[in-house]
Write a protein that binds this ligand. Structure first.
Ligand code: MLT
Ligand code: ZN
Length: 467
C-alpha cells in the first residue's frame, strides 16, 4: 500500500520495491548482525522536496521511516528493524558550492566523503575527517553518526566541521539551521544537536561544512614494536612528550597479519604491534619532525622505524590500514567490532584488560585504531555459527566485559561508530536513567510519534521490579 503511494508521488524509478533484486541490500549494513531486515521498500530520494514528501506521507500513514546513507555503518543504525520503509539519500550527490574565500562547502548528504576530499583538495583546501570507509561512506551518514577517523587526533571529528544543516522532519517540514560563518552563537546550537543523532531526529538534506587550507606536506612514520604493551607504552609517552602529530594509531599483530595478504604495502613481518604516526605542515619541516618521532620511537624500544614521504607510498600505507577492518570481516564468520574510548591516560591499562578478556573467554581478538584518542577498535572474532544463540551470547558477553572495563576506566561505549541497535542494550552501563529520560524527551520533540528510525540509540525505559 505505502509502496504504491510513494511510487505515485516520486515515480517508480525512485522505488526499490517488493521482489526487486536489490531490496535485501537495504536490510543489511556493516554491523555484525547476522539477520536480514528487509524494508517494505527503499525510496531513493533525489531532492529535499522528495525527502519532505516521503516524511509527510509516512507521518500521515504512520509508517516507520529508517534513513540511510551509504549503508557503511557498523552498529545497525540504518536497518529498518521495525519494518516500514528505508529513505535513502544515496542519489543526493551534488557538491553545490566550494568557496575558498569563505572556507566552506555546501553539499548534499549522498556525496561520498573521499570524493568531497578530492574536490576540495583540487582547490588547495582540506576537509580533515577521514573515516576508514571514506571510499564509500557518505557525508550525510558521517554527520548523522558524528564520524571520526585517524586525523581526528589533531583535527577533531565531523561535528567540528558542520556549520549548517538543512533537515527534513517527520511530517514533512524542512528546517534550516546553523550558518556559513566560522563563528556564531545566535540562538541554541541545533546543528550540534542534530549531528550524531543517527537519523533519529530528522533526515539531513544539505550540509554546510567548514574547510581548512590544505597542509602543504605530510609524512608518515611507522614504529614497529615487539608487542601491544610496548606499543601502548610508546603511545602514552609520545602523548606526554607533547608531540602533536595529526595521526597516532595502533594495530596489533592479528590486525596487521590479516591485512598483509591483501594490501600493496606490506607491514613488517616482525611487527608484534605497530604505531602509525603522521605529521603535516610545511615541506621543509617534515624531515626534522620525522627524525624527532623516529628518535622517540627508538628510545621507546621500537624494533624498527620506517618512514613514508612520497604521496604514493603514503597512500599505500593508508590503504593497508583501511583494509584491516574488511580483512578481518572476510577472515571470520563473526566479527563483533567495538569502538570503545578511554581517557588517554588509561590506554595502557585498557589494552591489558582487553588481553585479559581474550585469555579468560578464549575468544580471539584483534585490536587496532585511534589509540592516541584512547579510541580502540576491539574486534572479537570467531568462526563458529553466527546464528547459534549460545555463540552469540558468548560473544556479546565478552563485549559486555570490554564495555564494563571501559566504563570502569572512565571511558565511553562508542568513540565513533555510534550506538545504533547493537549497543543500545548496553547504554544503561554508561548513562543514568535520568539522563536517558531527558534524551527520550528530546527525541519526542522532533518525532512525537516515534516513527523515525525506531529502535535505535536510546534504550527503552527499564521496567523496575518492586516485588
Ligand atoms: C576503522 O578505523 O578502521 C573503522 O572505524 C572500522 C572499524 O572499526 O572496523
Ligand atoms: Zn575507526
Amino acid at each position: 500500500m505505502i509502496v504504491q503511494v510513494l511510487e505515485r508521488e516520486l515515480g517508480s524509478d525512485a522505488i526499490v520495491g517488493p521482489g526487486h533484486e536489490k531490496l535485501d541490500d537495504y536490510g543489511r549494513d556493516e554491523s555484525p548482525l547476522p539477520e536480514l531486515y528487509p524494508p517494505e521498500c527503499a525510496v531513493l530520494c533525489s531532492s529535499t522536496e522528495e525527502v519532505a514528501a516521503v516524511l509527510r506521507i509516512c507521518a500521515e500513514r504512520k509508517v516507520f521511516v529508517t534513513p540511510r546513507g551509504a549503508g557503511s555503518g557498523m552498529v545497525g543504525g540504518a536497518l529498518p528493524v521495525q519494518g516500514g520503509i528505508v529513505l535513502s539519500t544515496e542519489r543526493m550527490q551534488k557538491i553545490k558550492e566550494i568557496d575558498a574565500d569563505d572556507l566552506i562547502c555546501v553539499v548534499e548528504p549522498g556525496v561520498v566523503t573521499g570524493r568531497l576530499q578530492e574536490a576540495v583538495e583540487e582547490q588547495d583546501l582540506f576537509y580533515p575527517p577521514d573515516p576508514a570507509s571514506l571510499e564509500f561512506c557518505s557525508i550525510g551518514g558521517n554527520a548523522s553518526t558524528n564520524a571520526g577517523g585517524p586525523r581526528a587526533f589533531k583535527y577533531g571529528v565531523t561535528r567540528e566541521y558542520v556549520l549548517g544543516l538543512e533537515v527534513g522532519l517527520m511530517g514533512g517540514e524542512v528546517l534550516r539551521c546553523g550558518r556559513r560563518t566560522s563563528k556564531g552563537v545566535t540562538g541554541y546550537d541545533l546543528v550540534a544537536g542534530f549531528v550524531g543523532t543517527e537519523g533519529t531526529f530528522g533526515v539531513i538534506t544539505e550540509l554546510t561544512l567548514k574547510l581548512l587550507p590544505r597542509p602543504p606536506a605530510a609524512a608518515t612514520v611507522l614504529g614497529v614494536f615487539k608487542d601491544v604493551p610496548a606499543a601502548g607504552a610508546a603511545i602514552s609517552s609520545l602523548l606526554r612528550g607533547g608531540l602533536r602529530p595529526r595521526v597516532l594509531e595502533l594495530a596489533d599483530r592479528a590486525s596487521v597479519d590479516h591485512v598483509r595478504k591483501k594490501a600493496r604495502y606490506r607491514f613488517p613481518e616482525n611487527a608484534g604491534a605497530i604505531v602509525l604516526i603522521e605529521v603535516d605542515g610545511q615541506a621543509e619541516e617534515m624531515p626534522a619532525m620525522m627524525e624527532k618521532i623516529g628518535l622517540a620511537c627508538d628510545d621507546l624500544g621500537a624494533l624498527d622505524v620506517l618512514g613514508a614521504t612520497e604521496p604514493a607510498e603514503r597512500r599505500a600505507v593508508w590503504e593497508a590500514r583501511r583494509l584491516i577492518s574488511p580483512a578481518l570481516k572476510e577472515a571470520y564468520k563473526i566479527k563483533v567490532n567495538e569502538d570503545v574510548c578511554v581517557p588517554r591516560g588509561r590506554i595502557v591499562e585498557m589494552l591489558a584488560r582487553i588481553e585479559r578478556v581474550s585469555q579468560e573467554t578464549g575468544i580471539a581478538t584483534a585490536v587496532f585504531g585511534h589509540a592516541g584518542d584512547g579510541n580502540l577498535h576491539v574486534n572479537l572474532l570467531s568462526n563458529e555459527d553466527p546464528q547459534d544463540p549460545a555463540v552469540r551470547t558468548k560473544m556479546w558477553s565478552a563485549a559486555e566485559q570490554v564495555f564494563a572495563h571501559t566504563i570502569e576506566l572512565g571511558g565511553t561505549l562508542s568513540g565513533e561508530h555510534g550506538i545504533g541497535m547493537t549497543k543500545r542494550d548496553y547504554v544503561h552501563m554508561e548513562q543514568s536513567e535520568q539522563l536517558l529520560q531527558w534524551q527520550r524527551k528530546w527525541k519526542a520533540m522532533w518525532d512525537p510519534t516515534g516513527l523515525l528510525n525506531p529502535g535505535k540509540v536510546i534504550p527503552n525505559r527499564k521496567t523496575v521490579c518492586t516485588e
